[in-house]
Design a protein around this ligand. Structure first.
Ligand code: C2E
Ligand code: CA
Ligand code: CA
Ligand code: CA
Length: 279
């Protein structure tokens, strides 16, 4: 920075330093949380709409900062991506989620699926492939019980390299789903290049399904696109019975949202699973 006037330099400098310092403090705390293994996961049920049964769960990362309390993933995931921590974070999320799924399989729910979010950044060096293999190996879960959620932004990066990693993941037998569908730059071209298993319709379209005819048209269109391509389709952000009802009517197969469950601590998720078992 250059000095361009009396006083202003010092002020700007101090403000920048404060923002930069704050950022560094968060990065350092996040690094510590990763190294000390204090990040945890919550699990949100994925619901089969016609039957109301839980068929799977999405692992969502949680960070309880020692002084600041809970910091949302919408804040710390982008920081982890920027400062190179996302590979380590992604690896531990995969391991934890796979081990948790193994425990639930062993507890009498062998059909349960686990969905894990992946960032575009995790594809950059291809490390994600090894991390998925490791998670499968340590947990012993069947690859087809694990679903990886990626946003369309993943497919924008370095086309061929990413495609190669995705094909190898498919070859392992894991499922691939497109997260936040409709919010990216969907060219649809990638739908021909790689066989995805599921489309997750972004909650921004689902929330106003009843009142907004445009959103309703988009949701209807995405459902029919998915069904005609032979893909499963899930609606995110279902907050009311009215929306759930409409989605059933539109032949949407799966749903997720506060109407059914919030993301749950593992012991609460287990109770919820148990309560559904025929006894
Ligand atoms: P996402 O993958 O789209 O996850 C769904 C988000 O919507 C979650 O927010 C969930 O709590 C929230 N949600 C679920 N149902 C409803 C609903 O009915 N209404 C509303 N308003 N919200 C609902 P969360 O847990 O704060 O996560 C935010 C984002 O952070 C995730 O969005 C995902 O992009 C990212 N994220 C979370 N965990 C991980 C992770 O382990 N790895 C990576 N790469 N990203 C993660
Ligand atoms: Ca997701
Ligand atoms: Ca989503
Ligand atoms: Ca999202």
């Amino acid at each position: 920075a250059k000095r361009n006037g009396r006083g202003t330099y010092q002020f700007a400098n101090a403000t920048m330093n404060e923002a930069a310092l704050e950022r560094l403090r968060i990065e350092a705390a996040l690094r510590t949380a990763i190294e000390s293994d204090t990040l945890r996961l919550e699990y949100q049920p994925l619901i089969h709409l016609p039957s109301g049964r839980i068929v799977g769960t999405e692992a969502l990362c949680r960070w309880d900062h020692p002084e600041r309390g809970s910091i949302p993933p919408g804040l710390f995931i982008p920081i982890a991506e920027d400062c190179g921590l996302i590979e380590a974070l992604g690896g531990l999320v995969l391991r934890k989620a796979a081990l948790q799924l193994r425990a639930w399989h062993d507890a009498g729910h062998p059909e349960l699926m686990m969905s894990v979010n992946l960032s575009a950044r995790q594809f950059q060096r291809g490390v994600v492939l090894k991390q998925v293999e490791d998670a499968l190996a340590i947990s012993g879960i069947s690859p087809d019980r694990l679903e990886l959620e990626l946003t369309e932004s993943v497919l924008l990066h370095d086309g061929e390299a990413v495609m190669a990693v995705l094909r190898r993941l498919k070859a392992l037998g894991v499922k691939l789903s497109i997260d936040d569908f409709g919010t990216g730059y969907s060219s649809f071209a990638y739908l021909r290049r790689i066989k995805f298993d599921k489309i997750k319709i972004d909650q921004s379209f689902v929330r106003d399904l009843i009142d907004d005819p445009d959103n309703a048209a988009i949701v209807r269109g995405v459902i029919s696109l998915a069904l005609s391509l032979g893909l499963a389709v899930l609606a995110e952000g279902v907050e009311t019975e009215e929306v759930a009802q409409r989605l059933r009517h539109l032949q949407c197969t799966y749903a997720q949202g506060y109407h059914f469950d919030r993301p749950l601590r593992p012991e609460v998720f287990a109770q919820r699973l148990q309560s559904l078992r025929p006894s």
